[in-house]
Design a binder for this molecule. Structure first.
Ligand SMILES: [Zn+2]
Length: 231
């Protein structure tokens, strides 16, 4: 037989069980209650004795037509609210609330080849995070830094050596700091040292640094000069 789903017993179930455990102490009553719960104590022929639909314990229906399904008014209320919750859950499952479209779905036509925004305000609200506006000077500054980096050979990967074998630091990558230089043995004399001059310094500097950087350096130099005069 399927084990009933027991909940806190209602007053009907409690008074039904009480007549079997009258005058007993807790230790004596316990085995009696276990037997009672298994349905072995009561009169099987009495059709009025049944399990409560809510709390799951045995009780006796004293109503005129023997049509009650719960042992007590409180069990009746609880079983009703339980059924109502089930009905509500079923209804929500069958008629889900329509999902509110996001602002992006509502105002951005992304599904065509050249997407566009329908609303200016919504566009600004979204794009300020990804496409921040910068002044021309700032952009120039960034470009100059990029150019300088490329001229110096870009970003170089550090030289790592992974040691193998039974060393203690086997799992550690050791950074190499040593630079080995092998000079070929030769009788030849070293060549002439070549040097070059920058003909137009201003043009060179303008190519190498941004306008803002040059202005900043000019200001700094002027300040330093003035400072020296003061002393
Ligand atoms: Zn009950």
């Amino acid at each position: 037989m399927k084990q009933p789903n027991y909940r806190t017993p209602g007053s009907g179930a409690v008074s039904f069980a009480a007549q079997y455990a009258k005058g007993m102490i807790r230790a004596q009553a316990l085995p009696v209650i276990v037997q009672l719960m298994a349905g072995e104590l009561h009169d099987q022929s009495d059709k009025r004795i049944k399990r409560c639909n809510y709390c799951g314990y045995w009780w006796r229906d004293d109503s005129l037509r023997n049509t009650k399904r719960t042992c007590s008014p409180e069990c009746k209320t609880k079983v009703k609210s339980l059924q109502q919750a089930e009905r509500r859950a079923d209804h929500a499952l069958l008629n889900p609330k329509p999902k509110k479209p996001s602002h992006l779905e509502q105002y951005y036509v992304w599904w065509i080849e050249y997407p566009f925004w329908i609303d200016d305000y919504q566009m600004l609200k979204h794009t300020w995070k990804y496409e921040s506006m910068k002044s021309n000077a700032k952009i120039e500054h960034i470009e100059a830094a990029k150019k300088r980096g490329e001229a110096m050979g870009g970003r170089k990967k550090p030289n790592y050596q992974v040691p193998y074998g039974g060393g203690e630091k086997d799992d550690q990558a050791v950074k190499l700091h040593k630079v080995s230089l092998r000079l070929p043995k030769s009788d030849r004399e070293s060549g002439e040292v070549k040097s070059f001059n920058i003909d137009n310094v201003n043009a060179y500097l303008r190519e190498k640094y941004s306008e803002e950087k040059l202005q900043l350096e000019a200001k700094r130099a002027k300040r330093q000069r003035d400072f020296k005069w003061l002393q």
